[in-house]
Write a protein that binds this ligand. Structure first.
Ligand code: DOR
Ligand code: ZN
Ligand code: ZN
Length: 409
């Protein structure tokens, strides 16, 4: 197959070249690539990105399938231009043992329509299991959240020392002790946790990945250390405390929404940010009424960023850096991230002239709502290829259940 006339966006620039795909891979990228008898996709007027990667999703399997499962979650991903997702360990049972990881892999293999990988969870005492599993990424909750996986500072220290130093430890940075003392989860609570995590990582000379940085201060602190990577979540970029009244019972998320000024400075700090990941955390509306924390976001993340590019807030190249090329680099996933010879043919075709309206009831997520309800966004995801196959087209998922592959564990 050959895709002609698309404007190909990478972190380095935009160029109009043809993409020749053979099987699962990109065979050739260049001007007027010639070939005979190939199926041709005319992408004139469209932009082509490498498939987005969302390195932070909660797809709720096993144990809370009524909120989401690997089918609905990965459908939402494809519809949002995401071809790879990394799922978090706070399920029930949690992904904290070789056994639990094995079971999760099987379930994901059966249902996923995009590629997937897993973060392993750290507990107070699962040091041996972490060693046995030897995961590519370890998730540590410094503060309490869905799943109740926060651990003590002494356990964190031991994980920091024992987990392979060149692999990322992903941190949910909220200082649980301080949160209790203050009786709230304000920006101090997150910055304090970042300070500790960076100090400890520095002592161990290890890699650390800061999840969902919610303020500029967190980014400055993390980036003072060379082995730290930083992630920002769309809800901290597009929503603030100003939206809480509108969101009503849906407003809770951890870390919480910050003030308008913090939101503005977060945009200003994006050049220092390595990746954007959604922290897709679906809960039903009735659970939100009971105080459940988290927003769905895997389907709206790339579209929100595209719309921002259309409005001149960010460049398309920066969007490609933050959502497409950097995430696979940080998590060591081969063959993904850029439209270049030899890589997998994960390609997203986008129409930047068309707009659409975000509606919770039309999203692929089971939770049925979105914090971005009613927003009109420029940038329609027209078509998504996953490893050379059409996976999403004209608003519909074409990929068969089980066509997604494991890319990290
Ligand atoms: O708001 C949140 N929801 N923050 C988290 O850290 C976890 C997530 C969830 O899994 O619901
Ligand atoms: Zn978190
Ligand atoms: Zn999360």
């Amino acid at each position: 197959m050959i895709i002609r006339n698309a404007k190909i966006v990478s972190a380095k620039g935009i160029r109009e070249v043809d993409i020749l795909i053979e099987g699962e891979r990109i065979r050739k990228v260049g001007k007027r690539v010639s070939c005979s008898g190939e199926e041709t996709v005319d992408a004139a007027g469209l932009y082509a990105f490498f498939g987005g990667m969302d390195a932070h999703v909660h797809f709720r399997v096993p144990g809370a399938e009524w909120k989401e499962d690997f089918y609905t979650g990965t459908c939402a991903a494809l519809a949002g231009g995401i071809t790879t997702v990394l799922d978090m360990p706070n399920t029930n049972p949690p992904t904290i043992s070789v056994n639990a990881l094995g079971q999760k892999k099987e379930m994901a293999r059966k249902d996923s329509v995009c590629d997937f990988g897993f973060h392993f969870g750290a507990t107070e005492n699962n040091f041996e299991e972490v060693k046995k599993a030897s995961p590519s990424s370890l998730k540590i909750y410094m503060g309490q959240s869905t799943g109740g996986m926060a651990i003590s500072e002494s356990a964190i220290r031991r994980h920091f020392l024992e987990f392979e130093k060149e692999k990322p430890i992903c941190i949910h940075a909220e200082d649980e002790k301080l949160a209790h003392e203050l009786g709230e989860r304000n920006a101090f609570v997150s910055s304090s946790a970042v300070c500790k995590a960076i100090a400890w990582a520095g002592e161990c000379k290890r890699r650390v990945h800061l999840c969902h940085a919610s303020t500029n201060t967190e980014i400055i602190l993390a980036k003072s250390y060379a082995k730290a990577s930083v992630e920002a979540a769309p809800h901290h970029l597009f929503l603030s405390q100003k939206d809480e009244a509108r969101l009503g019972v849906c407003r809770e998320v951890r870390p919480p929404l910050r003030g308008e000024e913090d939101r503005a400075t977060l945009w200003g700090a994006l050049a220092q940010v390595d990746i954007i990941a959604s922290d897709h955390a679906p809960h039903t509306l009735s659970e939100k009424k009971e105080g459940a924390c988290g927003f769905p976001g895997v389907q709206t993340m790339l579209p929100l960023m595209l719309d921002s590019a259309k409005k001149g807030r960010i460049t398309l190249e920066e969007v490609a850096r933050l959502l497409c090329s950097n995430p696979p680099k940080i998590f060591g996933i081969e063959g993904k991230g850029e439209i270049k010879e030899g890589n997998f043919a994960d390609i997203v075709l986008v129409n930047m002239e068309k707009k659409w309206k975000v509606k919770g009831e039309k999203m692929f997520s089971k939770c049925g709502w979105t914090p971005y309800e009613g927003m009109e966004l420029f940038g329609v995801i027209e078509k998504v290829f996953l490893r050379g196959e059409t996976a999403f087209e004209e608003g519909e998922v074409i990929a068969k259940r089980g066509s997604g592959k494991l890319v990290m564990h």
